[in-house]
Design a protein around this ligand. Structure first.
Ligand SMILES: Cc1ncc(COP(=O)(O)O)c(C=O)c1O
Length: 392
C-alpha cells in the first residue's frame, strides 16, 4: 500500500515527549524493573464522593442525551455565579462555555481568534500544549524567556520587546505548570498595563491550578484586577486539577459573549456538548465547601515542602520554592547533557521517571511532580541524587 499523505497540519504536530517517556517507563515496569514515577500531571486522589454520586444519579435519571453545544445552562449559570462571588466579576452565563477539558477551551479560543501569521507571546517555561495549539490555528508562538534565578518570573522588559503589530495574544498561567510559580498582584497589574498600552492584544489567563496553592498564597484572576479589560481577557479553567477530575474531561472558557458564541459554533460542528452527566457532576463540584480544598492543600503543602527541601540538598541543583500547583522545576547542574538525555538516563539506570524541561521550553531543567506519596517523593529524591552524581 502507498504511504499516507498526511496534511501539513498533521505533520506540524510534534509527538509528546511526556508520552514517549511514559511509554518507556511502562515497558520497563512490565519487564519487572522497579520504577519510581514522579512525572504525574494529575492529582493522586479520587474525585469527591458527592461528585461521583451526582454523576451516577444523572446517568440513572437518564441524563444521557445530547445537550447544548455550549454546555448546560445550569452549569454555565453556576460558573458565572462562582465568578460573581469568588472573583467579584460580573459574568453572565452567556460569557461561559463548557469544554472538553481546559485544553479544548484553549484550542477553541485560538481557532476562533487567530488568523494565519498572528503572533502569540508565550512566557517560557510554558505548558507544553500552548505552542502546538497556536500553530494548529495558523499562529506563530513567540517566546519570552525568564530565568531560574528569578523564579521564572515573567521578564516584563523582554515581553514588551517581543510585542509587534502581529501580536494577538499574551498567555499567562498562574499557578504555573511546570514551575509552580504563583504570580503576585503586582505582576498581574504589569500585564494589565501592557494590555492597556496595546489595545489590540488579548490575554489568555490559564487558571486551571487556581485552587492548588500553598498556605497564605492567593490566586488573583486578572479580570478581577483589571475590570476595564474584561472584554479582552479570556479565562481558562476546569475541574481536572482542583477536584481531581482529569479523565472526566470538563473545563470551561470565560470571555466576551461574541467569542463564546463563535467558540460554541465551532464546538457544535466538532465535538458537540461535553458529556451530559459529567456536567451534572461538575455542578455538584462547585458546591463543595472550602474545607475540602484546605485538606487537599495541606497534603500538597507538606509534599511540596518535602520535595523542595530534598532538592535544595542535592549538590548542583538550583531550585526556587514552588508556591502552587504540584510541581517543582529544578535546574540541572550544567548544560553538558540535555534534559531529554538526563531523563532517559535517570529512567534507564535508576528507574526514575521525570519530565524533561525541553517539553516546556527549558532544556536545562526537569519537572518533578509531588502528586504522589511521601515515600515515593523520598525514593525519587534518592534516585535523582544518584543520577546527578553519576552524570555530572
Ligand atoms: C496549565 C494547564 N492548562 C491546561 C491544562 C489542560 O487541562 P484539562 O485536563 O482540563 O484539559 C493542563 C493540564 O495538564 C495544564 O497543566
Amino acid at each position: 500500500m502507498s504511504e499516507v499523505n498526511l496534511s501539513k497540519r498533521a505533520l506540524s504536530i510534534e509527538p509528546s515527549l511526556t508520552l514517549q517517556i511514559s511509554a518507556k517507563a511502562n515497558q520497563l515496569a512490565a519487564d519487572g524493573v522497579d520504577i519510581c514515577n514522579l512525572s504525574a500531571g494529575e492529582p493522586d486522589f479520587n474525585a469527591p464522593k458527592e461528585v461521583i454520586e451526582a454523576t451516577s444519579k444523572a446517568i440513572f435519571d437518564g441524563f444521557t442525551k445530547y445537550g447544548p453545544a455550549a454546555g448546560n445552562i445550569d452549569l454555565r449559570k453556576a460558573i458565572a455565579n462562582k465568578f460573581q462571588i469568588k472573583n467579584n466579576l460580573n459574568v453572565e452565563f452567556e460569557n461561559v462555555m463548557i469544554t472538553n477539558g481546559a485544553k479544548q477551551a484553549i484550542y477553541n479560543l485560538f481557532q476562533v481568534l487567530l488568523n494565519d501569521g498572528d503572533e502569540v507571546i508565550i512566557p517560557t517555561p510554558y505548558w507544553l500544549s500552548y505552542p502546538q495549539m497556536v500553530r494548529l490555528a495558523g499562529g506563530k508562538p513567540i517566546f519570552t524567556n525568564s530565568s531560574a534565578e528569578d523564579g521564572f518570573k515573567i521578564n516584563i522588559k523582554d515581553l514588551k520587546s517581543k510585542i509587534s503589530l502581529k501580536t494577538k495574544f499574551i498567555i499567562i498561567n498562574s499557578p504555573n505548570n511546570p514551575t509552580g510559580r504563583v504570580m503576585s498582584k503586582e505582576e498581574l497589574l504589569q500585564i494589565a498595563e501592557i494590555a492597556r498600552e496595546n489595545p489590540n492584544i488579548y490575554i489568555l489567563s490559564d487558571e486551571i491550578y487556581e485552587l492548588i496553592l500553598k498556605k497564605d498564597f492567593n490566586h488573583y484572576s486578572l479580570s478581577t484586577l483589571a475590570n476595564d479589560l474584561k472584554e479582552r481577557i479570556f479565562i481558562i479553567n476546569g475541574f481536572a486539577k482542583g477536584w481531581a477530575m482529569t479523565g472526566w474531561r470538563i473545563g470551561y472558557l470565560v470571555g466576551s459573549k461574541d467569542v463564546i458564541k463563535a467558540s460554541s459554533a465551532l464546538q457544535s460542528q466538532s465535538t458537540s456538548n461535553v458529556c451530559s452527566f459529567v456536567q451534572k457532576g461538575a455542578l455538584e463540584a462547585l458546591k463543595i465547601k472550602n474545607e475540602f480544598f484546605s485538606i487537599i492543600n495541606n497534603h500538597y503543602d507538606q509534599r511540596r515542602n518535602l520535595l523542595y527541601e530534598g532538592l535544595k540538598n542535592i549538590n548542583g541543583i538550583y531550585i526556587q520554592e514552588p508556591n502552587g500547583a504540584f510541581y517543582a522545576f529544578p535546574r540541572l547542574p550544567n548544560a553538558s547533557i540535555t534534559s531529554v538525555d538526563f531523563c532517559n538516563k535517570a529512567l534507564q539506570d535508576f528507574g526514575l521517571v521525570l519530565v524533561p524541561g525541553q517539553a516546556f521550553g527549558a532544556d536545562d531543567c526537569v519537572r518533578i511532580s509531588c502528586a504522589t506519596s511521601n515515600e515515593k517523593i523520598k525514593d525519587g529524591l534518592n534516585r535523582l541524587k544518584k543520577t546527578i552524581s553519576k552524570y555530572y
